[in-house]
Design a protein around this ligand. Structure first.
Ligand SMILES: [Fe+2]
Length: 393
């Protein structure tokens, strides 16, 4: 669907080979063996390491390959955590790293792939393509659906002294193989399920409206966002509904692909300072801000959310783009209410005295802010934050 922000020249590739579907995890061993990766470092989320299906998976790997088994025991990994965790992998010649877990575990797996041969402290490799030694091939086996980490060249970590979240990034940290098996998400706790899935809605929505988006990215973003928004409430109602789990994982994957070929935006940017300073999970943080950022855009005359609204409410096409965009914002707010997404920041301890800090940290992510379809700088960040503060009175 052409629109006024179509980009007519772009690059598009999916370097990650993706195995999607129920029981796709059963292809992991064969895939590793076919690449002659005989000694692999496992990074397993400690929350799931004792579950039967994860043990089965590890056992099957151990039958065919030499496995160096390691645990990821943190949910918001810092660079100090990376230096501690890396000691688990330093005694063997590894051919590849396999991450099994949620977004943080996959990020740690990406870092381990870097740190096996790049021996300086982990913080040294913060930034883009900073590593100078080879990076091991990465295999991603997500057990949550939403982060898109399985196809992105990024891994985020908290720099504790600087109180910033900034990653180890580069083409080499993009997984070579990814196994997206919805069955692996069934044991994901409700809060993590919702947070990860909402992360993908933020990815899809912001990738769709980003200035540097293109027709393919928008197609993926729209379908990903739509699929997750429709299926997530069903998963919340019935956590063992495999079909809905499959749909959420599929939609999140599409949104991740869109993100990779487009950009993120202010809602995702605002989630970072709230993660570092207030402990707000990334997906929830982005979701809290998404309707407010979108409302500000609509208030300033942007109507580009209309296609997103029409994508899941096809019957209601006889309305203007402006009305449809407003209805999209309203739909997000209503859905967030049903899913229990907080609509205030008090619960996280955010007060007036924190505004300058959050503004400063968010402005550091100018690359994301610049993708917003209307100008979004310090003034707009303050407007959005003030709307939350005003709710208290
Ligand atoms: Fe995200």
């Amino acid at each position: 669907m052409p629109s006024d922000n179509d980009v007519t020249t772009f690059e598009f590739s999916v370097p990650t080979k993706v195995f999607f579907g129920l029981s796709s995890r059963r292809h992991i061993v064969r895939s590793l063996v076919s690449k002659n990766w005989r000694c692999v470092g496992l990074v397993v989320d400690h929350n799931i390491s004792d579950l039967d299906h994860i043990r089965e998976l590890v056992d099957s790997l151990e039958e065919e390959t030499e496995v160096v088994y390691g645990i990821c025991d943190v949910s918001e990994p810092t660079y100090d955590d990376l230096d501690r965790i890396r000691t688990q992998y330093e005694t063997q010649e590894l051919d590849a790293i396999v991450g099994i877990g949620g977004g943080s575990t996959l990020d740690v797996a990406k870092a381990m792939a870097v740190l096996v041969h790049n021996r300086d402290p982990a913080i040294t490799y913060r930034g883009f393509d900073v590593m100078d030694k080879p990076v091991l091939p990465i295999v991603a086996v997500p057990t949550t659906a939403g982060t898109g980490s399985e196809v992105t060249p990024n891994a985020s970590f908290v720099d504790r002294p600087a109180k910033r979240k900034m990653g180890i990034n580069g083409e080499a940290v993009r997984p070579l193989l990814a196994f997206l098996d919805p069955e692996l998400t069934v044991t994901c706790p409700p809060e993590a399920t919702v947070s990860a899935a909402l992360d993908s809605v933020v990815h899809g929505t912001e990738a769709y409206v980003a200035k540097k988006s293109n027709s393919i990215a928008r197609m993926l973003a729209l379908e990903g966002m739509r699929t997750v928004l429709i299926s997530l409430p069903k998963v919340v109602d019935k956590p063992d509904d495999l079909e809905s789990r499959e749909h959420v994982m599929y939609g999140a994957f599409l949104a991740g692909l869109a993100l990779m070929h487009s950009g993120t935006g202010p809602a995702a940017a605002l989630s970072y300072p709230f993660g570092v300073h207030f402990g707000v999970p990334h997906g929830i943080g982005g979701a809290i801000f998404l309707p407010h950022v979108a409302q500000l855009n609509v208030d300033r005359g942007y109507n580009g959310y209309s296609s997103l609204y029409r994508s899941f409410s096809g019957a209601k096409i006889d309305i203007s783009d402006n009305e449809a965009s407003q209805k999209f914002v309203d739909h997000l707010s209503t859905t967030w209410g049903k899913l229990g997404v907080p609509d205030d920041l008090d619960v996280y301890g955010f007060e007036d005295k924190h505004v300058d800090l959050v503004v400063s940290d968010t402005l550091d992510l100018m690359g994301a802010l610049e993708q917003n379809p209307v100008d979004f700088g310090e003034e707009e960040i303050r407007i959005v934050l003030q709307r939350f503060l005003d709710k208290r009175s």
